[in-house]
Design a protein around this ligand. Sequence first.
Ligand SMILES: [Zn+2]
Length: 94
Amino acid sequence: MSFFKKLFSGAPAKRDKNYYTFNVKCNRCGEIIEGRVDLDNDLSLEFEDDRSIYFVRKGLLGNARCFQQIEVEMKFTSTRELIEQEVKGGTFVE
Ligand SMILES: [Zn+2]
């Protein structure tokens, strides 16, 4: 507990959350599911071809009675621009 207190006490004023949102359509039932990547917390730093990139993997589930798990993988640059995205179990839609 003390660790978290210490962590937050000196933190600067909370800025607006930085999210990347997207929609995927389930291959099985056609449901459109909205996904959201928290660009401040969800990304993990990786090194690829001498550059650093940010990587995130998300598992999404729709509401209905569909058990298809949709797995999304995205890569961002250090300035949080999307460079690559992949989806299994669904497709990206606008
Ligand atoms: Zn589905």
